[in-house]
Design a protein around this ligand. Structure first.
Ligand code: G16
Length: 544
């Protein structure tokens, strides 16, 4: 095998964000853009000679091109073996499992998650370490530094791998094994959940609709829900992965799953609706007449996890990202287990999971997961919900109401202002940050007194690292919160995220409409940050 060393010049914009490097396909298609980034990843790793690398993606446009490049660069850099999903497909949680299961050195996950795909859409590359989780900040920082000075990459002169053919092939001295993307993942799910109870639920007439959004989860959902668990054919909608997500936006929220939401709000609708995103790590949960916010879903799953066989001994602890509502904190308190508040980004949960300090993690951005892998896992959340419904024999609405009656309700919403001018967004955050020291003790309106105001700094209790400036939080004495931060996953301009939360204790009024319940906080946030006036927007781009 001849290893070629190709000269290249650095790009200045290869800084990984919240979850890998996400850019427009048009950016990724520039000469050597993929090659530079992958070589920079390998250059910042040590000890992978002869080891296994997992490669998989969500099947979006450019996936196949990038995978063939990645295989050649891996061969030239000395990896011993590549495991790749058939058709280049591996959902993000399945990739995490394959890395762990086969004790691989690490993996490349090719996805831009819930962002649209296609020639004008987004693409992404993320490196996951041997625990199956996203590389921590010290690795991503090192990769960025390397991209700034990279002057060559290594590749081999070899034909493309047939990604359709399950089995072994070779590229130079390296073995490439194409594996079925679903088998290992489905086997893992079977160890965690009471599949017999869920089968009985479906056999008893329980109805469900699952929207795979023409993204990666289709094959997994068909095989597990309709195949193994016996849900009627047609339960899974949009189950065929498409490189452009059928020109859709594979973000499982109330905007892009509006039709499903409306169906579930009718008496004639199914008992349960769920969806997953582009790469299969996010989830949307809607019961008949009841949307469950991701923050509530985290709390509910944690409170009921013991009903599933994989968690019957109880959970060690819960972690949530800082902007996620405090609903889960009340569950942790009642269970007497550890509770951790981390920055946004699944990578921050890795150490806590590895150390056995937490079992279940979740984020307001529609992600929940457990220590079974090191990524959030959309289908896992759906299956845990189904397991809980099968055991409790109640509707989603009843379960949610009982939860609020026990723990109180955290009204919660997120307002996104997308594609804002980056300079305006940056200044807005900077000016709000400057106001923070003066806020504690101040009263706003009749009920709101500021208890604390800071820019969140995380101290990782496992490795002692510190991550500063992770989002502005203004907390009130009644448990309400305003949180504001800039997204780390957008690809154009800046996305301003405003998170609002208000706590209504057990016995309080839990039936208010969410936006109305949060109106005073929405107004105060605008008064403090000047969002509308500075951005010129009269309303958020997306409300979830
Ligand atoms: C990624 C991260 C999540 C994060 C989300 C939103 O999810 O893995 O941890 O919560 O982005 O991040 P931001 O608010 O910075 O845009 P995904 O599903 O996009 O990979």
């Amino acid at each position: 095998m001849t290893i070629q060393t190709i000269k290249t010049t650095p790009y200045g914009d290869q800084k990984p964000g919240t979850s890998g490097l996400r850019k427009r396909v048009t950016v990724y298609s520039q000469p050597n853009y993929v090659e530079n980034y992958i070589q920079a990843i390998f250059d910042s790793l040590e000890g992978f000679e002869g080891q296994t690398l997992v490669i998989g993606g969500d099947g979006r446009f450019y996936n196949d091109v990038a995978i063939q490049k990645a295989i050649r660069i891996a061969a030239a850099n000395g990896f011993g073996k590549v495991l790749v999903g058939q058709g280049g497909i591996l959902s993000t949680p399945a990739a995490s499992h394959v890395i762990r299961h086969y004790k691989a050195f690490g993996g490349l996950v090719l996805s831009a998650s819930h962002n649209p795909g296609g020639p004008e859409g987004d693409f992404g590359i993320k490196y996951n370490i041997g625990n199956g989780g996203p590389a921590p900040e010290k690795n991503t920082d090192a990769v960025f530094e390397r991209t700034k000075v990279i002057d060559s990459y290594k590749t081999v002169d070899a034909a493309d791998i047939d990604l359709g053919a399950i089995g072994m092939q070779t590229v130079g001295d390296m073995v490439v094994e194409v594996i079925d993307p679903v088998t290992d993942y489905a086997a893992l799910m079977q160890t965690l959940f009471d599949f017999d109870a869920i089968k009985a639920l479906f056999a008893g007439g329980f109805s469900m609709t699952f929207d795979a959004m023409s993204a990666v989860t289709g094959p997994y959902a068909h095989a597990i829900l309709e195949g193994i668990l016996g849900a009627p054919k047609g339960t899974v909608k949009n189950g065929e992965p498409s490189p452009t997500f059928n020109d859709g936006h594979p973000d499982p929220n109330l905007v892009y799953c509006k039709d499903m939401y409306e169906l579930l709000m009718t008496e004639a609708g199914p008992d349960f609706g769920a969806a997953s995103d582009g790469d299969g790590d996010r989830n949307l949960i809607i019961g008949k007449g009841r949307f469950v916010t991701p923050s509530d879903s985290l709390a509910l799953l944690a409170a009921n996890a013991h009903l599933a066989p994989g968690y019957k001994k109880g959970i060690a602890g819960i972690a949530r990202s800082m902007p996620t509502s405090a609903a889960a904190d009340r569950v942790a308190e009642k269970l007497g287990i550890e509770m951790h508040e981390t920055p946004t980004g699944w990578k921050f949960f890795g150490n806590l999971l590895d150390a056995g300090r937490v079992t279940i993690c979740g984020e307001e951005s529609a992600g929940t997961g457990s220590d079974h892998v090191r990524e959030k896992d959309g289908l896992w959340a759906v299956l845990l919900w189904l397991n809980i419904l099968a055991v409790r024999k109640q509707s989603v609405d009843q379960i949610v109401r009982e939860h609020w009656a026990t723990y109180g309700r955290n009204y919660y919403t997120r307002h996104d202002y997308e594609e804002v001018d980056a300079a305006i967004a940056g200044k807005l955050v900077e000016d709000l940050r400057a106001q923070l020291p003066a806020l504690p003790g101040q009263n706003f309106g009749e009920d709101l007194q500021v208890a604390y105001a800071d820019d969140f700094t995380y101290h990782d209790p496992v490795d002692g690292s510190t991550s500063a400036k992770q989002g502005i939080r203004i907390g009130f004495t009644d448990g309400s919160r305003i949180v504001l931060r800039l997204s780390g996953t957008g690809t154009v301009g800046a996305t301003l995220r405003l998170y609002l939360e208000r706590y209504e204790a057990a016995g309080g009024s839990h039936d208010l409409e969410t936006q109305s319940a949060l109106q005073p906080l929405i107004e105060l946030a605008d008064q403090l940050a000047g969002i509308k006036q500075r951005t010129g927007r009269t309303e958020p781009s997306v409300i979830t």
